[in-house]
Design a protein. Structure first.
Lengths: 431, 306, 342
């Protein structure tokens, strides 16, 4: 509920801002190098494009809470460059076509300085294409498709989550050593699934393993019994599953029911915290990736969890997860970049973000992180985890298995796949 | 052969579940001539009501609530099977009352009203229970796995198929062996005739809609431990439901059951040998059948065609 | 429509003139009323889609619940033409219209001897098949990510070819297409062809007994409606500079039915136009006010179907005391019957 109030209040402020006549009515395209005569007290408006309905509504809400907490912290300290930060949220409905329209609206009608938020790669793509047209800096907080920082990268887009290739890099070599060389792939039959499985296949073959079969899972599959029988008939040592969204939720319930999680080794892609929170532990079968966990034994983590609990006392999710973390970190780094740049000028902010380095301590991760200027993906620590059975704390669901430094799990294909617009081709603005 | 047998059995159990999903949809479309697009939302609602019945977390229940929650899970689970579909039936009856103004008008209005109702129910679920994934507890005795012929099967799946078979059997008994069933069957063919016989059509419609909605809710409870539960789960139920009805033929009980089993076999077997086609297989099956037999396998002429 | 006989025969009746004036001046007032130019583009595109759709739903009484497929096919065909063949506005649009028409004609072969519920259900089935293919055939469609970076070609007018890259310029181009489609459809529904469609809607048996080849008329109406959806789709892929599978989903196909109905497509030519405008504006305004906007919109929709199933246009006709199309349809039927006897 507080989430709704926040949105409404910020909308009213946004509306007041517009009617006060501070902004020029939008009458056409951005022209290059326009500068808004920004009074130093004019708030900085940020458009939030997280999903509020559709398949990723739940993760979208968590994502947004992360952004709002980071923004509230800046505002408590007197804002950014002496200006308050305000937000406006538009529901992207987990639908690319709606994402496109939302981006057009936030940029051309509301004149947002920056856009933040995505869980689905389709939506992130759609938004970033519009954002690139206007030059608006956009943060893809939580979509983990390798294409986001590869084929579909953009000068204005920055990607903050680890991607499928990173997780495969972290998992494959260890799993071959621990469990064996006979692998089977379960691949969601769409672009993300194919990309992730292709990355896994390459690595498995590189380390001397063998893929005996690949089972394609159509998007929208709810009954996995036939496929799981097929997996048993093939009796692999390791099953690497690249199954996402609601399909994954149905699948893990059925794998758990059969106890297949114990009879063979399962490698899953990232398990987003909002998707697993509150479910029985059996559903967390096998090994999976994450970028952060609320019980990491690092300085600042416990205090961060307390801040979350103070900010969102009524939320069902009692502890923050990776989706919240990514939303928070991306927003915090953006606002810090604006402060360092001394301006909201998009080119200056882009350059600041391209040179971004965050110490392990500030990231609350085990290794220093840095933004790859060639792909605009945050290079960060990747953790492998499994279900944490045998604790009394219902919120303590993950047992961390290993951590890999950004160099170990680097998505080497991305640099070649990403053809980014030059900075000069990107329209500039200052809000 | 030994390889395909598990998939045939699996397809069969899947088919019974599909038939269960289609059952309530079949009743309503046969008697009421309404394509109930809110079938999926009622399906989801049944599962959410079951969540509440199994684990009611209300302060106002006081000590009764505590005593109730101390009951063993199988007892509360059994109660959920009775209470939750009944509650969904009440919702369904409410919807029927709203529909009354559309009777006698074009069939599209009924379809559109239920489309709107589907939106409203789904969004209400999202407001009341939140958007996140929920988990319906199942008693230990009927969950877990069992070994058969060297392969692991889900015990719950077997029970779910059994529940489906029981529900199908009960509906059949109701239609074939009770006076109300006879009226419903008559209504399926000719609502004018039912009225001419002096039967209270208003009450019949209310009953049928309640029964159809209750069956949707029941299917939701049975399927949730397999599919998982989220507010938009209904879309996964309503599409197979209409597909099976068209395949089997509108107004035909045996058509719905046969259609369900055919779809189950198609999905089960393609799932094993050409898994990327497993979802499309049901549509291709439908187009193939309907091209040859205009009204589906057992369909009779429907009032809706006029 | 309130078809006072004298209006029906005109090329540009009053309502149409009003629509054109409102739309032509839209770039001037859309900002000040708190909306934005891009929304105007989407509204104009969906009006084309809705007008074409209502040829089926309102005029022929054929409820298609899978029409998003043809909109999507148009979008993909346009995008593929630009990306794989060469950049051309007109040829791309022709390609989109032809692709959607061919798909529509093919589907119509399965549908045209169907009525009512079987018709509706088969359209859903075909719609799902196309949607499925658009996701599955990654090599061509780009899968669920869709086709990205579709160019918006310049307007080739022989001597000059102005760019359409700004939203305002592109809006005028869409408006031009909307005007052409509106005038042609208006003529069409008032032509003998349109009268036969209405007769089929009223009573298919009777139209058949009178001697019309009902199958052919239904087939033609479906194909034409699909072609217009494809045209709208091509404009949509230019507006978004992308083509996505989700415009083909059952949900999206249901939304166009909802828009057409809420506007009053059953009783008025202008139903879809009104419905599209109301839906887009409501979604935009409510969507930022509350996350549960779909709940409120659904409630209003349910109430509308219960109490005012003739939609906004129906309410307006009642308010102004116009008789509505039923009277016209009856007259059309009477005319047809007498014509058939001759």
């Amino acid at each position: 509920m507080p989430r709704m109030k926040l949105t409404r209040r910020s909308l009213l402020k946004g509306a007041g801002l517009l009617s006060a006549g501070t902004a020029v009515t939008f009458m056409g395209p951005w022209r290059h190098n326009r500068v808004y005569a920004a009074a130093s007290d004019k708030p900085i408006l940020i458009g939030l494009t997280s999903d509020a309905s559709g398949q990723y509504a739940n993760s979208g809400a968590s994502d947004r809470r992360g952004m709002l907490m980071a923004i509230a912290e800046f505002n408590d300290r007197g804002g950014v460059l002496g200006r308050m930060v305000e937000t406006l949220h538009v529901d992207t409905e987990t639908t690319p076509a709606t994402g496109s329209r939302a981006a057009e609206r936030l940029i051309s009608r509301n004149e947002c300085a920056f856009l933040i938020g995505a869980v689905s790669s389709g939506v992130a793509n759609a938004i970033s294409q519009v954002a690139q047209k206007y030059g608006t800096v956009y943060l893809n907080t939580n979509s983990s498709s390798p294409t986001e920082s590869g084929k579909n990268c953009h000068r204005v887009k920055f990607v903050w989550d680890g991607n499928g290739t990173n997780f495969a890099q972290a998992a494959v070599k260890n799993a071959i050593n621990a469990y064996g060389t006979k692998w089977m792939l379960m691949t969601n039959d769409y672009v993300w699934g194919h990309n992730t499985s292709a990355a896994t296949r390459t690595l498995v073959e590189q380390y001397g393993g063998e893929i005996t079969d690949e089972i394609l899972v159509p998007q929208g599959t709810r009954d996995f019994s036939a496929m799981l029988l097929k997996v048993q008939q093939g009796s692999p040592q390791v099953v690497a599953a690249a199954v996402g969204g609601d399909d994954q939720k149905a699948m893990r319930q059925q794998v758990a029911e059969l106890g297949l999680g114990e009879s063979m080794a399962w490698i899953n892609n990232q398990q987003d915290w909002p998707d697993v929170y509150g479910l029985p532990l059996e559903n967390l079968f096998g090994v999976f990736g994450t970028t952060w966990y609320w019980k990491l034994d690092l300085p600042g983590v416990a205090e961060f969890v307390q801040r979350y609990q103070a900010a969102y006392p009524d939320t069902r999710m009692r502890v923050p997860g990776n989706v919240f973390y990514n939303g928070y970190m991306a927003t915090r780094e953006l606002l810090s970049a604006v402060e360092r740049a001394g301006s909201t000028n998009n080119r200056k902010v882009i350059q600041e973000l391209e040179g971004l380095k965050v110490s392990a301590q500030d990231r609350m991760q085990h290794h220093d992180a840095w933004m790859n200027p060639a792909t605009h993906q945050m290079q960060q620590t990747i953790y492998l985890a499994t279900a944490n059975s045998g604790t009394g704390d219902a919120d303590d669901m993950f047992r961390m298995l290993s951590q890999s430094s950004p160099e170990e799990i680097r998505d080497t294909g991305a640099d070649a796949a990403c053809m980014m617009e030059s900075l000069d081709e990107t329209p500039s603005y200052e809000m | 052969m030994s390889h395909i047998l598990p998939h045939l059995l699996n397809g069969l159990s899947l088919g019974l579940l599909f038939a269960l999903i289609a059952l309530g949809f079949m009743l309503i479309v046969s008697v009421m001539e309404v394509i109930n697009l809110s079938h999926g939302s009622l399906f989801a609602l049944g599962a959410y009501f079951a969540l509440v019945v199994i684990d009611p977390d209300f302060a106002w229940l006081g000590s009764f609530g505590e005593a109730y929650r101390a009951l063993p899970l199988p007892a509360r689970y059994g109660l959920a099977f009775l209470i939750a579909p009944a509650l969904v039936a009440v919702v369904g009856m409410g919807l029927e009352v709203c529909m009354r103004r559309t009777y006698g008008k074009k069939a599209e209005y009924g379809l559109l009203l239920t489309f709107g109702a589907a939106l409203v129910i789904e969004e209400t679920i999202r407001v009341l229970w939140g958007p996140s994934e929920q988990y319906l507890q199942v008693p230990r005795d009927i969950s877990g796995a069992f070994l058969f012929g060297g392969l692991i099967y889900s015990k719950y799946k077997l029970y779910a198929a059994l529940f489906a078979a029981i529900a199908i059997g009960l509906v059949w008994l109701f239609l074939e062996r009770t006076p109300y069933g006879a009226i419903i069957k008559a209504g399926a063919h000719d609502s004018e005739m039912v009225r001419a016989l002096g039967i209270n059509l208003t009450r019949l419609r209310l009953l049928v809609f309640g029964l159809g909605a209750g069956l949707a809710g029941f299917a939701g409870i049975v399927l949730t431990p397999i599919w998982g539960l989220r507010p938009h789960v209904g879309i996964d139920a309503v599409i197979p439901a209409f597909l099976i009805i068209v395949l089997g033929g509108i107004g035909s009980f045996s058509g719905a059951v046969t259609g369900g089993i055919l779809v189950g076999l198609a999905v089960g077997i393609t799932g094993a040998y050409a898994s990327d086609w497993s979802l499309l297989s049901m549509y291709l099956l439908l187009i193939a059948v309907v091209t040859v037999r205009a009204r589906g396998l057992f369909g009779k002429k429907s009032v809706l065609e006029a | 429509m309130a078809p006072r006989q004298s209006f029906a025969g005109r090329w540009v009746p009053g309502e149409m003139a009003l629509l054109f004036v409102l739309m032509a001046t839209l770039p001037l007032w859309i900002g000040p009323v708190g909306l934005y130019q891009y929304l105007g583009i989407e509204i104009a595109i969906w009006m084309i889609y809705g007008l074409g759709y209502n040829l089926l739903l309102g005029y022929s009484g054929l409820p298609s619940f899978g029409h998003g497929a043809f909109f999507g096919i148009g979008a993909y065909a346009f995008g593929l033409f630009q990306l794989r063949v060469f950049e051309s506005l007109w040829l791309g649009m022709v390609c989109a219209v032809v692709a959607a028409a061919v798909a529509g004609a093919f589907v119509a072969c399965f549908l045209s001897h169907r009525r009512g519920i079987y018709f509706a259900l088969l359209t859903i089935a075909f719609g799902q098949v196309f949607w499925f293919v658009s996701i599955k055939w990654h090599a061509v469609t780009g899968g669920e990510d869709g086709l990205l970076n579709i160019p918006r070609p310049a307007l080739e007018l022989g001597v000059i070819s102005p760019a359409l890259s700004t939203n305002a310029d592109f809006f005028y181009f869409v408006l031009f297409v909307l005007a052409v489609v509106t005038v042609l459809l208006w003529r069409l529904v008032h032509s003998p062809f349109g009268k036969v469609l209405q007769a089929i809607r009223q009573n298919e048996e009777r139209a058949r007994f009178v001697g019309y080849n009902v199958w052919l008329f239904k087939w033609a109406a479906f194909t034409l409606s699909a072609a217009i959806a494809g045209l709208a789709g091509s404009l949509f892929s230019m507006a978004q500079q992308s083509a996505y599978p989700d415009v083909m989903s059952l949900h999206a196909s249901g939304i166009i039915v909802m828009m057409t109905l809420i506007g009053g497509g059953f009783v008025s030519f202008w139903g879809p136009v009104i419905g599209v405008a109301v839906y887009f504006v409501a979604r935009d305004v409510l969507g930022t006010l509350t996350e549960t906007w779909l709940l409120w919109f659904g409630l209003v929709f349910v109430l509308a179907v219960i109490f005012k199933p003739e939609g906004i246009a129906g309410a307006w006709q009642e308010f102004t005391g116009a008789k509505g199309r039923h009277a016209l349809a009856r007259r059309a039927m009477a005319g047809l019957i007498s014509a058939g006897r001759k």
